[in-house]
Design a protein around this ligand. Structure first.
Ligand code: HEM
Length: 126
């Protein structure tokens, strides 16, 4: 279990990197209401990591529908995953989460990477 507050901290850290990233930053600068976006993303990860969700008003998540119009490229997906991995590593170094927790989190990321890859990218690049 990882506390919601801790998840929110990790997610906030990720987005502060992602927003200014040379490769994928432009995608995140499209988001109009970042203040409500971050708790929503944190809730998504709370559900994935803890199997429960504190703020039920964030349900349902529409992963495919939300990412579909972004026309994400293969390299952008890879970059997203690298940035998240780096964020998890620095969170471990800061003592925010344990190594085990970062590994569990990374496995979930691989699952969604694969899912987004199959549903959003493969068709376009075939
Ligand atoms: C493993 C990969 C990824 C995961 C798990 C993930 C997760 C999420 C989640 C949970 C949401 C909110 C969904 C909802 O509101 O129902 C979201 C929104 C968003 N994601 Fe991702 N994402 C991934 C990859 C990417 C990539 C590669 C990009 C762009 C390069 C991206 C850009 C965005 C943007 C711009 C939004 C906000 C869309 C909007 O609210 O209008 N995501 N993502």
């Amino acid at each position: 279990m990882i506390e919601f507050q801790t998840i929110l901290e990790v997610v906030t850290d990720f987005y502060s990197k992602a927003t200014f990233d040379f490769l994928i930053g432009y995608q995140f600068r499209k988001i109009e209401d970042f203040d409500s976006h971050l708790p929503r993303i944190a809730s998504f990860w709370e559900l994935q990591l803890n199997g429960k969700i504190t703020n039920r008003e964030h349900l349902p998540f529409k992963l495919i529908e939300v990412h579909s119009p972004l026309k994400i490229k293969r390299g952008e997906l890879g970059r997203w995953v690298t940035l998240f991995q780096e964020t998890l590593e620095s969170s471990v170094n800061k003592g925010l989460i344990t190594k085990d927790q970062s590994e569990v989190w990374m496995e979930k990321i691989k699952f969604f990477e694969n899912k987004l890859y199959q549903r959003l990218i493969q068709q376009g690049e075939r």
